[in-house]
Structure formats: C-alpha cells, structure tokens
Design a protein. Structure first.
Length: 209
C-alpha cells in the first residue's frame, strides 16, 4: 500500500502513533499493547489494531507490539525513516518559531534553508539556518534536495510564493498563510489555520453551545 492510498484518517492516526512511540524509551517499555497505545493516542484499541493490520502483523498475542520495531515500521510507512530536507519561506515570527522547534529531528525532518524577501532579514541566522534571498529559491531547491516546503508568508504573498515553489519542483507545501492555494494535482497542499481552529474552539467552549 502506498502512502497516497492510505485513508486520510488512518494517515493522521499513524502520525499520532509515531509521535507517541517517539516519546517512549524502549528500556522502560519494550512492548506496548493496543489498549495502551490507544489510551495514549485517544483511539479505541480496535481501531489501533485495524490501522496497523493494513500493513501486516506486528503484535504478539498477550504481549503487544515491540515499541522499537513498530516505531521503525510506521516511520518507514510514512517515509520518515530517512532524512527529509525541508525549506521554509517566510522568516517572520511564525517562521522563526518553526525553525527553532526542537522536535523535527525525531522525525528525520530537517529545515535546511529559510527564504524571505525582506532585506533586513536576509543574511540572518535562525537556529543555525541562514535566511536567504527568496529570489534564489528556484536554484536552491534542487541544490538542497528538498521536496517539501513550509509557507509562512502574508496572504497576498502566498500564491506567488507557492507558484515559485511549484516551479522549482517542490511536491508538498504546508501552508500557514491565511488563504487557500491553487496547485496542480501533483502537488500536495496542507493548510494550517490557527484562527479557524480557535474560532471552532470559541464556539464549542461558549455557554449554551
């Protein structure tokens, strides 16, 4: 089964299982039961077993799943078993925070370069990553061997930046800009909207909702 054929809900849960397994120190917990993995990820044990059964049998009846082996298997399924170079476009406050996030390495994700159009930002270093001129993005993507990009630019700059990324060969964009992007079917765009989530949370936590 390819990653494109994995159902979307299953794909998200696999990422959740991997996050959980990355937080476990194998000497402390060598095996984990589906019930425990489900409890830690807030998924029914039956759903955990069904998700993992897509890819073969990993567990031992009465013992559970070997933590190290399951972690390696899920990482391989998600293509996170080897280094993935990522670029960031938009070195403002959000972009800087994302570059500084210490958890990327657990998933073999490495932000190798940041780009911006602001002359005041170009040449700065953020967490060891130098901010480069966005005009060089097209030539640098191939040099950096990146297939994925994080977009943290203002709404009006998002589509031109996305077009530039797509023309340079980027195949996946994590879009934090508050606007939808147009992209060919061959390019995967994931939109992240903090405001949308907060608006939903506001409604759900209001009295009488």
């Amino acid at each position: 089964m390819t990653s494109r054929s994995i159902p979307e809900p299953t794909l998200k849960r696999l990422a959740g299982y991997l996050r959980c397994l990355n937080e476990i120190d194998p000497p402390d917990l060598e095996f984990i039961a589906s019930e425990e993995l489900g409890r830690r990820t807030q998924c029914p044990a039956e759903l955990v077993r069904r998700d993992l059964s897509y890819f073969g049998e990993f567990g031992r009846r009465g013992v559970g799943y070997n933590v190290a082996l399951l972690r390696q298997t899920i990482a391989k399924i998600l293509h996170l078993n080897q280094r993935q170079n990522v670029i960031l476009v938009g070195a403002g406050n959000l972009g800087r925070a994302l570059v500084a996030y210490p958890g990327w390495h657990q998933y073999n994700l490495v932000i190798v370069a940041a780009f911006d159009t602001d002359p005041a930002r170009i040449g700065e270093e953020i967490g060891g990553v130098r901010v480069e001129d966005a005009s060089r993005l097209s030539e640098r993507v191939d040099e950096l061997g990146a297939r994925m990009a994080i977009l943290t630019v203002p709404a009006q700059a998002a589509q031109p930046a996305a077009d530039q990324l797509i023309a340079a060969g980027i195949k996946g964009i994590l879009n934090f800009a508050p606007t939808p992007l147009e992209a060919p079917r061959s390019v995967v765009v994931r939109n992240v909207s903090v405001i949308t989530e907060m608006a939903a949370l506001s409604y759900l936590t209001s009295e009488g909702a």
